[in-house]
Design a binder for this molecule. Structure first.
Ligand code: ATP
Ligand code: MG
Length: 228
């Protein structure tokens, strides 16, 4: 199979800033996450949680080395990196066109695969709850996702990650559809998919394998929930 074959992540001496001359917001972070582990990240506002997620995708200025499935990510071009690691932000952006195009922009998968991903991600469950008109693969999605609810957009972004086969999924912020999203993460993702969840509610990440606590851009704890 092609790279990535696992969701292993190894971070060595990662520091980050938002511009070349700006202050350092992450200080020398080093940690390992094994393929398939579920990691919750907590810390007060401004502690660096979002900065850490952005650093992993090289969206901000970084020093140090991030190995994803054994490859130093600074040797990859940004397109390759971002095609293989999925970040689900609080309000995912969508492209104009059909739901199918949003799920599978390069037309690499058949409808049954796409429908299965939508079902597994919980879109249809949500639909029943909301008792809305049925959304199909041919439904048109307005630019920016205006005619989908924020919760539906988050679920769609999760379905897209499943279709792509991302081995590393990063969720920033708590989700309106928290229960649907958490159920999908727990029951529908392949067991080798690594999930990093930034959480404000401790309840969201209580059943994580490990919890990372950040404070002022440094890791102060990184252990199993029972130890913390
Ligand atoms: P929250 O819980 O509020 O989301 P956080 O833990 O995600 O907080 P970060 O957004 O990573 O915190 O912020 C870490 C540091 O980086 C803070 O000092 C913040 O001021 C700074 N920072 C965040 N975003 C930017 C930005 N776009 N430009 C410059 N500095 C930023
Ligand atoms: Mg944040």
């Amino acid at each position: 199979a092609s790279w990535p074959t696992s969701g292993d992540l190894r971070v060595e001496n990662l520091s980050a800033r938002y511009s070349q001359t700006g202050p350092t917001v992450l200080h020398n972070l080093s940690f390992d996450i094994k393929s398939g582990e579920r990691v919750g990240v907590v810390g007060r506002t401004g502690s660096g949680k979002s900065s850490l997620t952005l650093s992993l995708l090289r969206c901000i200025v970084t020093e140090g080395t991030v190995y994803y499935d054994g490859i130093p990510t600074n040797t990859l071009n940004l397109d390759a990196l971002r095609a293989n690691i999925t970040i689900i932000p609080q309000t995912p952006e969508l492209i104009s066109g059909t739901l199918r195009r949003n799920l599978d922009p390069f037309e690499q998968h058949d409808d049954s695969t796409l429908n299965a991903a939508l079902r597994d991600a919980g879109l249809f469950t949500l639909q029943e709850e909301l008792d809305e008109a049925r959304i199909t693969l041919d439904s048109d999605i307005a630019t920016g996702g205006g005619n989908l609810s924020v919760g539906q957009r988050q679920i769609l972004a999760l379905a897209r990650a499943m279709v792509r086969g991302s081995k590393l999924l990063i969720l920033d912020e708590d989700y309106k559809t928290d229960a649907v999203i958490q159920a999908t993460l727990r029951h529908q993702l392949a067991s080798d998919v690594t999930v990093i969840t930034v959480a404000h509610r401790l309840q969201t990440i209580m059943d994580s394998d490990k919890i990372m606590v950040l404070d002022a851009g440094r890791i102060v704890e990184f252990d199993t929930p029972s130890v913390l």
